[in-house]
Design a protein around this ligand. Structure first.
Ligand code: ADP
Ligand code: MG
Length: 702
């Protein structure tokens, strides 16, 4: 490398093509893995390590492990006509043997495995017919029957995640060079020492060096399971980068102006008075928080969390009323058309009597009708607009948009959330934003994911709810379950029958729902059965939903489209097929469709036996508790944050190394570190973000 001219003053500015052996072909392969600079290369961490530091006697070998071992050839033979196999039996002087198998070999190789030759080999141990075996191990012959002392340096060899055409030896040669550069041009340390030191985390240079070249005696399981301090050090830096980005976002946001929404109570008061129920203390508390925010000249950025059925919609309605009262427009966005229609209906029921008719904009509105709706929005004739994310198409022009409410916000990605912040404009600033979610997120995770938001929590359900009784029943007892549905419908109750499928294949899921609906119609001729699924036309689906809401349909067969938001209090029985295929939080959301009235509701988890121990545990959790927060915590512990938050959340934040659950203890220090960086070294922010979030679009900018 010394022969090359280097102009770069940092590893981040040093292209990989500066390394020996990196020509255009290799550069393309590396680019596929998002590796462009030497710094990128150093952040490409080994997936696992091979332990070649210990020479194991045969007695310690176990099927499944990769191991270095050694023995003497006792027999060599070639078997088979079509598929010739070279078999070499080794003995290490004990009664244990090891068989090496080769399917590709030369006659020269056969000749070399003479009886008595000592062979050292490395490979994966498998269980053969008679003895343990290795197939095509790496090996090396020693032409003496005497045991040799270790003749080459024992090593822990890193194995890198790779791409086709890029072999491990290439990685090793690249990393050798990259590590030499690391020593020459150590990357800047952005994390404040006063935070790192008490956490006992190593410096960046130490951590990188260690991860690529672990010294002998390192616990490899700590490294591969990512518990080792050198790994956590990098995860911590990533968390910090993430916090810096969210802090910046928040600062940018705070620097914007928003219209202060101070009303005179002329709408809120009569609306409250007309509600058929009294707000709970929890609802009152979050409303006070929201109302105070709305009166500020800075845009509100608030996340309203509340378990399913906690009563978030009425809070949204009262927030909307405050904005409208102050002379501003409000937009409410829901993730599905079904849900937006339902919101349109429930908001309409509360607000129309007060003279505010919400406008519903859906995909089905076309041509002239759509043009009229758009005109009503643009002119300000419409004060409250309900719809899906289609509300934020360019064609939709708002008039004095003062408040944006996003329901079930976890269904929208971070990128979408940010995009919304730019809408509004004409009101002379950014609109206030209220995000609502029924996905209970443990606090540490919320701090990580939503550090740019303020948090309000509705932590109690409205009174008069009877907890849902949940049972798990094998699908062998399907007939009994059908009888139960018949009985419920005879009593004037309504029921859901939810069909799920494994591979997220919507087509198959809809087919399953259609078949189930047919079977149930045949089995329950006296019951009116409706069907909704994601591939029906919106209008058909809405018709069926309206029939279910009115009670004309007693049994609703549905796919998981009804998971969010649907509110039919008379429905008190839910059957969920194949519950083992759903995440706990999703089951909890689904189940939340019942238990909304005063009668005891039941949820039947119709599973397919046999259940794995893990599935059994998951279903037990659902049976044992109806507390969404507890379920989320346990789901998180069982599945990991990536899965819980990752499912169906296109734009959700993906960490490269950090795991908000495993790294909970680092969340608060990462926030402190972020604050210190922004306060003392704001110039570190950009390169830190580039190091960690560089390639990831979607956040970090407004
Ligand atoms: P979610 O928080 O899941 O969106 P909803 O807003 O759909 O819940 O409310 C669930 C049901 O509870 C609705 O029928 C709603 O009218 C009712 N509800 C809301 N608040 C109260 C309350 N304070 N007392 C009684 N019922 C309420
Ligand atoms: Mg809701």
């Amino acid at each position: 490398m010394s022969t090359r001219t280097v102009v770069a003053d940092s590893l981040a500015a040093l292209p990989v093509t500066q390394l020996k052996g990196v020509g255009p072909r290799l550069a393309v392969l590396l680019a596929r893995l998002d590796i462009h600079t030497v710094q990128d290369l150093l952040f490409h961490l080994p997936l696992r390590y091979q332990d070649r530091s210990r020479l194991l006697p045969f007695v310690l070998l176990e099927a499944g492990m990769e191991a270095l071992t050694e023995g003497v050839v006792v027999e060599t033979k070639v078997t088979g006509d079509q598929r010739r196999t070279l078999k070499v039996a080794l003995s290490d002087g004990t009664r244990h043997n090891l068989l090496l198998r080769f399917f590709h070999f030369s006659s020269q190789q056969v000749a070399m495995f003479r009886t008595g030759v000592r062979v050292r080999c490395y490979g994966e141990v498998r269980q053969g017919y008679h003895t343990l075996e290795m197939i095509h191990p790496e090996y090396h012959l020693q032409h003496s029957a005497l045991p040799t002392a270790t003749d080459h340096a024992p090593q822990l060899i890193p194995i890198y995640p790779s791409t086709e055409g890029l072999q491990q030896p290439t990685w090793h040669s690249l990393m050798d060079q990259a590590l030499a550069w690391l020593a020459r041009l150590p990357p800047a340390e952005y994390l404040p020492a006063e935070i790192l030191t008490p956490l006992a985390l190593p410096s960046l240079v130490e951590a990188l060096h260690y991860l690529h070249r672990p010294p002998l005696g390192t616990s490899l399981s700590d490294l591969t399971e990512r518990r080792h301090p050198v790994f956590l050090r990098l995860a911590f830096e990533e968390l910090t980068a993430h916090q810096v980005s969210l802090r910046q976002l928040r600062l940018t946001q705070r620097a914007q102006l928003a219209p202060p929404l101070r009303g005179d109570g002329s709408l809120c008061q009569p609306l409250r008075a007309a509600l058929p129920f009294q707000l709970t203390a929890a609802q009152e508390r979050v409303l006070t928080e929201i109302s105070a925010d709305l009166q500020q000249e800075r845009p509100m950025q608030r996340l309203l969390q509340g378990d399913v059925g906690a009563g978030k919609t009425v809070v949204a309605a009262l927030a909307a009323a405050q904005a409208i009262e102050a002379g501003y427009q409000v937009a409410l966005m829901a993730p599905t058309e079904l849900l937006s229609e339902q919101h349109h209906r429930s908001l309409g029921a509360w607000l129309t009597p007060q003279g505010i008719a919400p406008l519903w904009l859906a995909g089905r509105h076309k041509g002239k009708e759509r043009a009229q709706l758009l005109e009503a929005i643009a002119s300000g004739a419409a004060q409250l607009i309900v719809g899906t994310h289609a509300l934020f198409q360019d064609a939709v022009i708002f008039h004095r948009l003062g408040l944006v409410i996003i329901d079930e916000q976890h269904r929208f990605g971070v990128a979408q959330r940010l995009k919304l912040r730019s809408k509004g404009g004409s009101a002379g600033g950014a609109p206030h934003q209220l995000m609502m979610t029924a996905t209970p997120i443990p606090r540490s995770l919320a701090m990580t994911m939503y550090a740019d938001l303020d948090l309000s929590v509705i932590d109690a359900l409205p009174p008069g709810r009877t907890p849902i009784v949940t049972v798990a029943v094998s699908d062998e007892r399907r007939d009994e379950v059908i009888e139960r549905v018949r009985h419920a419908c005879q009593q004037g109750r309504q029921a859901y029958w939810v069909c799920t499928l494994i591979d997220e294949s919507e087509v198959l899921e809809c087919q399953a729902a259609e078949e189930t609906a047919q079977q149930l119609r045949a089995a329950l001729p006296e019951v009116t059965v409706g069907l909704v699924h994601g591939r029906m036309k919106g209008s058909e689906r809405d018709t069926v939903m309206a029939e279910f809401t009115s009670g004309a349909v007693s049994l609703l067969v549905a796919t998981t489209v009804i998971e969010v938001g649907v509110d039919v209090p008379n429905a008190s029985l839910m059957i969920i097929e194949n519950p083992e295929r759903l995440g706990l939080s999703q089951l909890h959301q689904l189940r939340g469709r019942v238990g909304r009235g005063a009668v005891v509701s039941h949820c039947v988890l119709l599973y397919h036996a046999p259940l794995s121990a893990l599935t059994y545990e998951r279903l037990s959790i659902i049976r044992a508790t109806t507390d969404g927060f507890e379920i989320a915590e346990r789901d998180l512990a069982l599945r990991g944050a990536g899965e819980v938050l990752g499912t169906r959340q296109a734009g959700a934040i993906q960490f490269r190394l950090a795991d908000p659950l495993r790294d909970q203890q680092f969340v608060a220090p990462a926030q402190q570190a972020a604050d210190l960086i922004l306060m003392r070294h704001p110039e570190y922010a950009a390169p830190l973000l580039a190091r960690w979030l560089g390639q990831h679009e979607g956040y970090g900018q407004v």
